[in-house]
Design a protein around this ligand. Structure first.
Ligand code: ADP
Length: 446
C-alpha cells in the first residue's frame, strides 16, 4: 500500500507544482540511496549474526543439558565463560548492523525536517516571484508529511525483510531438506509381516570411502534370534540401522517376507520392527504416556500386563502416582534398569514381528540385571530378533551368531559350532563373555 501511494503521490506533486515537487524527489532519492547502501552493507553481517545465534543456543543447551557433568567437574565458571564468549561474538556482530540502521533513521529523520523547511523557504521565494500561492504551499506541506509517512513505512518494511531474510533462508532450508530415506511412489503397506529377513550382499559406507558394512549376507527365519557380536566399530549398529532404514545400502538389498524393504512404506516397515535401545529413550511425560508410544490406544489393562511382563509393574506401583508418575526429563527420575524395563514394556505393547535389541553394556546390580534379563527373554519370544549382544546367555541361546569385524561377517554359526571352530569368536568368548560370567557368578555368590 505504501509503495502504491508513492506511485500516485509523486506524479501528482509534479503536476501541482514541479518546482516544489523536486524537493520531494530529492527526499525520495536520499531515502533510496541510504537504504540501498545500508542493506548492501549489513546483509552479510546479519547472516553471521544468525549463525552466532545458532551457536549461542547450541552452547547454552549443551551446558544446561549436561548440568550434572558441569557441576561435578567444577566447570560452572568455565561454561559461563564459554557462553559469554559466544554471546560477545554475537553482540560484536549484531551491534554494527543495528548501528547502521540507526544511522539510516537519524539521517532520514533529519532530511525530512530539512525538506519541510525547504518547502517553506522555496515556497516563500516562489511566492514572491508569483510562481505559487499560499494555498499551494500549505497543500505541499501536508503532501510532504503524507509522503514521508509512506517512505518511512517502506524503509521499515525493507529493514525488517533484510533483518529476517537470513532466518527465513534457514527456515526454508529445513523445509526443502529432502530426507535421504523416503517412500518410493509405489511403496506399499503390507500390514503385519511374518518376520523373514534376508540380507543380500549389503554394503554401506557413511563417507563414501570406508565401508561400515561390506557384502553382508544372511537369512533369519521368523522367530529366530540372530546375535551380532564383535568389537566396537565393527559395523553391528550400522547393519541394524539398515534394516529399519535409517539409511539405505549403497549396494545389495534387504528383504522382509521376500519383499525389498524399499518397496514398503516407511510407516509399514517401522510398524513391524520394534527397537529397544541401549540407552532407554523416554519423554518427559508420565510413565503411561511413555508406554503408549508403543501402542497409542492401549487400555490401562494392556499397560499393566505389558509392565508386568517386562518386570516393571512392581516399581511402577511402588511410586505414589503409579502409571501417572512423571518419567522426568530424559528419564532422570528412574534408574538405568527401570528405564530399560520401561522401554521393553513399550516394545511389548507394540508387539512387532521383528525386534531389534541393543543390549546394555553398562553394569547393573545382580538383582536388577536378572529382572532386565527376564524382561528381555519375554520380549524376544516368538519374534525374529536381532540383538547386539553382550550377555553370554543371549549369545548361547541365539539361533545364529554373526561375528563382525571391520564391517564384514568373519564367522557365523551357533555358539557350540563357533567355540569348536576355535576362531575369532572362541577367542572373544574366552576373553569377554567367560570373564563376565565368572565375575557375575562371584558377585552373586557374595
Ligand atoms: P558397532 O555397532 O559394531 O560398534 P558401528 O556400526 O557403529 O559399529 O560402526 C561401524 C563404522 O562406521 C565405524 O567405523 C564407525 O566409526 C562408523 N560410523 C558409525 N556411525 C557413523 C555415523 N553416523 N557417521 C559416520 N560414521 C559412522
Amino acid at each position: 500500500a505504501a509503495i502504491m501511494s508513492l506511485v500516485v503521490l509523486l506524479p501528482l506533486a509534479l503536476y501541482i507544482n514541479w518546482r516544489l515537487a523536486i524537493l520531494l524527489f530529492a527526499l525520495c532519492v536520499v531515502f533510496t540511496v541510504l537504504t540501498t547502501l545500508v542493506v548492501r552493507k549489513t546483509y552479510g553481517m546479519q547472516s553471521d549474526v544468525e549463525t552466532y545465534y545458532g551457536d549461542l543456543s547450541a552452547r547454552a543447551s549443551d551446558a544446561l543439558g549436561n548440568v550434572a557433568l558441569v557441576q561435578s567437574f567444577v566447570r560452572v565458571d568455565a561454561e559461563v565463560q564459554g557462553v559469554r564468549f559466544v554471546a560477545d561474538k554475537l553482540l560484536a556482530a549484531q551491534m554494527p548492523v543495528l548501528s547502521w540502521w540507526a544511522l539510516v533513521t537519524v539521517i532520514t529523520r533529519a532530511s525530512t525536517t530539512i525538506t519541510i523547511l525547504a518547502i517553506f523557504t522555496v515556497g516563500i521565494v516562489l511566492h514572491q516571484q508569483g510562481l505559487t500561492t499560499v494555498g499551494e504551499i500549505v497543500m505541499f506541506v501536508s503532501f510532504a508529511t503524507l509522503l514521508i509517512q509512506k517512505l518511512e513505512q517502506v524503509v521499515s518494511f525493507i529493514n525488517s525483510v533484510f533483518m529476517e531474510a537470513p532466518r527465513l533462508a534457514e527456515f526454508f532450508n529445513v523445509l526443502d531438506a529432502v530426507p535421504a530415506v523416503r517412500d518410493r511412489p509405489d511403496a506399499i503397506d503390507t500390514g503385519r509381516l511374518s518376520g523373514l529377513v534376508e540380507f543380500h550382499d549389503v554394503s554401506f559406507s557413511y563417507d563414501g570411502k570406508r565401508p561400515a558394512v561390506e557384502d553382508l549376507s544372511f537369512t533369519a527365519l521368523p522367530g529366530q534370534t540372530i546375535a551380532l557380536v564383535g568389537p566396537t566399530g565393527a559395523g553391528k549398529s550400522t547393519a541394524i540401522a539398515l534394516l529399519h532404514r535409517a539409511f539405505d545400502p549403497q549396494s545389495g538389498f534387504i528383504k522382509i517376507d521376500g519383499m525389498d524393504v524399499r518397496g514398503l512404506t516407511l510407516t509399514a516397515l517401522r510398524r513391524n520392527i520394534g527397537v529397544v535401545f541401549q540407552e532407554a529413550l523416554l519423554f518427559d511425560r508420565t510413565i503411561a504416556d511413555n508406554l503408549r508410544v508403543g501402542k497409542p490406544d492401549a487400555t490401562d489393562e494392556e499397560l499393566r500386563l505389558a509392565a508386568q511382563r517386562a518386570q516393571a509393574l512392581e516399581f511402577i506401583e511402588r511410586g505414589e502416582r503409579g502409571f501417572d508418575t512423571n518419567a522426568g526429563e530424559r528419564g532422570r527420575m528412574l534408574s538405568g534398569g527401570e528405564r530399560q524395563r520401561l522401554s521393553i514394556a513399550r516394545a511389548l505393547l507394540k508387539d512387532p514381528p521383528i525386534l531389534i535389541l541393543d543390549e546394555a553394556t553398562s553394569a547393573l546390580d545382580a538383582v536388577t540385571e536378572a529382572k532386565v534379563n527376564a524382561a528381555l527373554d519375554e520380549v524376544m519370544k516368538g519374534r525374529t530378533t536381532f540383538v547386539i549382544a553382550h550377555r553370554l546367555s543371549t549369545i548361547r541361546n541365539a539361533t545364529r551368531i554373526l561375528v563382525f569385524d571391520g564391517g564384514r561377517v568373519i564367522e557365523s554359526g551357533t555358539f557350540d559350532e563357533l567355540v569348536a571352530k576355535g576362531g575369532r569368536f572362541a577367542e572373544l568368548a574366552k576373553a569377554q563373555f567367560m570373564v563376565q560370567e565368572s565375575a557375575r557368578a562371584s558377585l552373586q555368590a557374595r
